[in-house]
Structures are given as structure tokens and as C-alpha cells.
Write a new protein. Structure first.
Length: 594
């Protein structure tokens, strides 16, 4: 550490020498996080799983003991008893506690929480009430007790950085930037350029140091007041993080193996005569993506336009539901719930809306429903479907899913996943890890963006519901997860006309779904897709260009035809009031068209 005179205030640069070799500093300028310990552990576990498979093959062709140095049965027992069993037990215990089953990533979360707590303690030393106090900051370096406390915090934070299990652009990197801005405020000296949250042009700052320092102070004061240094803690404890703004009831007799149907009644008299909107949510996220907060709620917007709303909520799936597959979740559930809705509203029409994989599964359901009604001599009853970021084409080229498909082929091990998570379902952290692989540095960018915008009035409170939703996913039933990966993502069965569903019509039961039934039945489809969406790339969201009324490959906005709306947006655009309002305008115009 560079020598700091005990009689003078140190500079920010001097204080940062405590952790100058930390990987959190991202000295190699990586554009993402590198989970090198997790990756190594995963590769080792996969290798042991493959070794176990090879032993099983060997055991089937060679009598035990024929190779003196290899006792196959004993080796297999050792692998199961002393390797897979304890790892499986630890992983499943973590899942049941809603922790990350990856020990290294769970340690990272603990480190981030401790780092945030120490940041708050540093603020305690130099804040008076809710505001920064230059007098208290100066006292840190003149009062021996204060100075000892200050340096103790910094040494602890440096130690946490060296213990961190990831390199590159990480959430702790964003927290370190916040610490640097605090040290700049305390010492009134700059750090090495580029300085956190400062704007530059041609390598020159666009503001004076005094202006920059004032913004740092405002940002830190607001974060301190809200105790928002730790995004996970904030998302769980802030009163502003409450999810949902619309009242609902759970429909009687709708609870079925962890799935339930919510009813959001509209109080306008006209709602009893307008079409009901049926929402199909994703299986891997909380259903509140449709109802985050006031002004950020699809349901709120639909109700204001005079519609009763029903929402499929998959988030209650428990351990006993791990054996439920896509046929149950994407066919049986919709049959049951639409029957219930028709019982309550026998004279009202039903329109549908699906988000991401919720839309993908409902689209195949609707095609099978069209086939069934045609076979029974009935007209199609649901003829309008709005799809939000809904993929249906999965290939290595045009769809944009090439990177994720390559990752799956390289890393997905069905047998290993079944062995680790059978009985507890696939944890959201595992799904999230895959998503992060195709979104470089997303943990950093979310945290950095939150801290950066904290100086704006109301920004912290505004972000709270989304952070709650983002940091608290749901478990994906194991069988459904396997089928989604293999049948849809890798084998592209929907597009190839090979995806099968059950049916009450014997001739259709277990047969491939004819997606062109949507066109024959006069179903109208609207696709709303984003050019900046890596999860559901625009090239994969082409249902409206492929099936349904007017599906001739053209992007139309004419009444009576399919519609394809493409925007320069990402996957979770509903967190923006402006973008959500634009979406609702398009969706409601589509529903109301002739």
C-alpha cells in the first residue's frame, strides 16, 4: 500500500491501493463476468457423470472382477455414496431454501451483502442524519478511533474482493464503483479516469469536478436513505418493492398441481360485455411480469380499457409437481381454465395474450384447439392472440438462438440435472445462469444502471418492483424443463411440425400439432418483438408472419389481418411506463379491430 501520512487526508488513489490487484477491478477489461470456479466445478462434475456412464456400459459387457484393478460395482457405489449423494443433498437443500445451489455463486451473494453493509458503515461515519457531512468526513482522519474504524472497513472490503469467486464485469464491480465514488466524496480527490458515473467525450469529462462530486453526493445520500446498496436486500425489504397493483381472487377449483387461475375483475359495467383477456405467463418467472406496479402493469392497462382479465399463475409449482410436463402445463391447464372462464362468462368472447414461453406454449395449444373444434364441427372460439416477445423458430441461423443452442449442446446434461434436482425442480438460478451466458455483463449492467440512476428523483423507488421480480424467480418443473430444452429449443419441433399434444379427439391425441390450423380457423395473431432482445430474438418471433389470418410474410397493421410490431426494445420492456403504454396501444387497437 502506498504510504499515507497519518497527519494528512489520503487521496482516493492512495486508498484504492488496498485492493489494486483484485479481480473486481476488471483490469483485463472483460465485457462480461467469468464464473471460473463454477465452470471448473461444473466441468468436473460432468466428467464424473460421464465416467459413471462409461462404468455402467463396461459393467454391461464385462463380468465384475474380470479386470483385477477395476471393481466396477464398488466404484459405482463409491461415486454414488461419496460424490453424487452429498452434492445432490446439498444442492437440493439449497433449492428448498431458495438459495443458489452453486456454492461459489451463493458465496458471491454473501460477499456482495457484506460489501454493501460495509459501504453503509462507511456512510455512517461521514453522514449526519441522511446527508453527507464534510465535517464528519474530515474528522475520520483526525480522530484516531474514527480513523481505525474507517481503515478497518476498507481492509475488510479489500479482503472480500480477493475472496470473490468471479472475474470481469460483476455485481461486485458495480459495488466497487460505488465505493470509489464514496471515497472521492470523503477525500475530495479524484480517482483514476474514467471515474464512476462521469460522462466523457474524447476522454475529457463533460462536467467540472465540483459538479461531478455533487452528483456523487446526491446519489449516495439517496441510496443511503433507502438502504439500497445491496440490490437483493433492497428488493426484499423496501416497501416500494411490493409486486402487483391490481386486486385479484384465485378462481375456485382452479388450483391444479401448483398452477392456479387468477381473476382480475374490471369494475366498469361495460366489462361484462367486452371480450375477456386471458393471459398465459411464462413458466420460469413470477406471473407478476404482467402486473409489476402502477403504470407498469399490463393488467392495469387492460382493466382501464374495460376488460376483465384472467391470468395463469405457474409460480406455485412444488416438489410434487416435478413430473408434470409441457402437455399438462400447456394443454390440460388451458383446457381446464378456459372451461372455467366460460362457465362464469358464457356469453362473452375471449381474447388471449402470451409472454415469452407462455406465448409459445399457448400458440401450440390454440392450434390444437382449432384442430379439435374443426373435427367437432365447431367454429373457433378464440380468434385473437397477442404475443409479447414470443419465440417459435429455434435454429442456429435466422432465429438468433444460435448462441443459446450452442451453449445448451455444450453444457446441458439431462442425466446430471435429473440426478441433482429430481424432486425439487430446476431452480431459477440455474435458468438465470444460462441467460447470463448470452447477455454479457448483465449482472453488472443492471447494478451499475441502478446506482447510476439513483441520483434522479424517484428512480430508486421506481426500480424496486422490477428488482423484486428479477431476483426472485420460480422453480421450473423438471420434466417440463427437459421437454422445453429438447423438444422445442434443440429439436425445433414446433416449426418442423413435430410437436405433439394430447387431445379429447382420439384421431388427434398424441399427434403432431398442425400449426396451419390457426390459419384455417381464422385466428389473428399480433407479434410484438424487440430488436435488442437476446432471450427472444426478433428472428424467432415470427408467428404472425407464418400462421393465422394474413400470414403471408408481410408486416401488416391493417384491420382484420395479423400484425407484426417491431421496436428497438429489449425483452422486459414492461418495466418502462413509456414502452408499456406504446405496447398497450397496439394490443388494444388489435383487439378492437374488426
Amino acid at each position: 500500500m502506498e504510504w499515507i501520512s497519518p497527519s494528512s487526508t489520503p487521496t482516493t488513489k492512495q486508498l484504492l491501493t488496498l485492493s489494486q490487484l483484485s479481480g473486481v477491478n476488471n483490469s483485463f477489461r472483460l465485457d462480461t463476468s467469468v464464473e471460473w470456479k463454477s465452470d471448473l466445478a461444473g466441468q468436473w462434475l460432468a466428467a464424473m457423470q460421464q465416467y459413471s456412464r462409461e462404468l455402467t456400459k463396461l459393467n454391461s459387457v464385462l463380468p465384475n472382477g474380470s479386470i483385477p484393478s477395476l471393481n466396477v460395482d464398488m466404484t459405482q457405489q463409491w461415486l454414488q455414496s461419496f460424490l453424487f449423494k452429498p452434492i445432490r443433498e446439498k444442492a437440493q437443500q439449497a433449492v428448498l431454501k431458495n438459495n443458489d445451489p452453486d456454492l461459489f455463486k451463493q458465496q458471491n451473494l454473501d460477499i456482495e451483502a457484506q460489501y454493501a453493509k460495509l459501504t453503509s458503515e462507511l456512510c455512517d461515519q461521514c453522514f449526519e442524519g441522511a446527508h453527507f457531512s464534510p465535517t464528519r468526513a474530515a474528522n475520520i482522519f483526525t480522530d484516531p478511533q474514527q480513523s481505525q474504524q474507517f481503515y478497518s472497513c476498507l481492509f475488510k472490503m479489500a479482503a472480500l474482493e480477493y475472496q470473490y469467486n468471479s472475474l470481469g464485469l460483476t455485481r461486485l464491480t458495480a459495488q466497487k464503483e460505488l465505493l470509489i465514488s464514496l471515497l472521492i466524496l470523503i477525500t475530495d480527490t479524484p480517482a483514476i479516469d474514467p471515474q464512476p458515473y462521469r460522462q466523457y467525450a474524447n476522454n475529457q469529462p463533460l462536467d467540472s469536478f465540483e459538479e461531478y462530486r455533487a452528483k456523487c453526493q446526491l446519489r449516495l445520500e439517496k441510496l443511503y436513505q433507502q438502504q439500497a446498496f445491496d440490490l437483493v436486500y433492497f428488493s426484499e425489504h423496501s416497501a416500494d418493492a411490493k409486486l402487483g397493483c391490481c386486486d385479484f381472487t384465485v378462481v375456485q377449483d382452479s388450483l391444479l398441481h401448483g398452477v392456479q387461475l387468477r381473476f382480475y375483475p374490471c369494475q366498469q359495467p361495460a366489462a361484462d360485455h367486452k371480450p375477456i383477456i386471458y393471459l398465459s405467463s411464462p413458466l420460469i418467472n413470477r406471473a407478476e411480469i404482467f402486473d409489476l406496479a402502477p403504470g407498469k402493469s399490463v393488467i392495469e392497462g387492460l382493466q382501464k380499457s374495460g376488460h376483465h382479465v384472467y391470468l395463469v399463475d405457474y409460480s406455485q409449482a412444488g416438489d410434487q409437481d416435478s413430473g408434470k410436463g409441457l402437455d399438462f402445463l400447456g394443454k390440460t391447464i388451458h383446457d381446464r381454465y378456459l372451461d372455467l372462464i366460460k362457465q362464469y362468462h358464457p356469453e362473452q368472447q375471449i381474447h388471449a395474450m402470451g409472454y415469452c414461453m407462455g406465448g409459445t406454449l399457448f400458440l401450440t395449444y390454440l392450434a390444437r384447439r382449432a384442430e379439435e373444434r374443426q373435427a367437432q364441427g365447431l367454429t373457433m372460439d378464440i380468434t385473437k392472440l397477442v404475443l409479447m416477445a414470443t419465440p417459435i423458430l429455434f435454429d442456429d441461423a435466422n432465429s438468433g438462438h444460435g448462441p443459446m443452442r450452442a451453449l445448451i449442446r455444450d453444457s446441458y446434461d439431462k442425466d446430471l440435472l435429473n440426478q441433482m434436482f429430481d424432486g425439487v425442480n430446476i431452480p431459477p438460478q440455474l435458468i438465470e445462469a444460462g441467460m447470463h451466458k448470452i447477455q454479457p455483463g448483465v449482472r453488472y449492467t443492471v447494478s451499475h444502471g441502478f446506482y447510476d440512476r439513483a441520483s434522479f428523483e424517484g428512480a430508486i423507488e421506481d426500480a424496486a418492483p422490477f428488482l423484486n421480480w428479477l431476483n426472485h424467480g420460480t422453480r421450473f418443473p423438471s420434466k417440463a424443463h427437459q421437454e422445453w430444452i429438447e423438444k422445442i429449443f434443440i429439436n425445433n419441433q414446433i416449426w418442423r411440425g413435430e410437436y405433439c399434444l394430447s387431445s379429447t379427439v382420439p384421431a388427434l391425441d398424441g399427434q403432431p400439432v398442425d400449426m396451419h390450423a390457426l390459419t384455417r380457423a381464422g385466428v389473428r395473431i399480433m407479434d410484438y418483438r424487440g430488436l435488442r432482445d437476446p432471450i427472444s430474438p426478433a428472428g424467432s418471433c415470427i408467428a404472425s408472419e407464418t400462421w393465422g389470418v394474413g400470414s403471408d410474410g408481410q408486416s401488416e397493421t391493417t384491420d382484420g389481418l395479423n400484425r407484426t410490431i417491431e421496436k428497438n426494445i429489449g425483452h422486459i420492456f414492461v418495466v418502462s411506463r413509456k414502452l408499456l403504454a406504446e405496447y398497450l396501444d397496439h394490443a388494444l387497437q388489435f383487439y378492437e379491430s374488426a
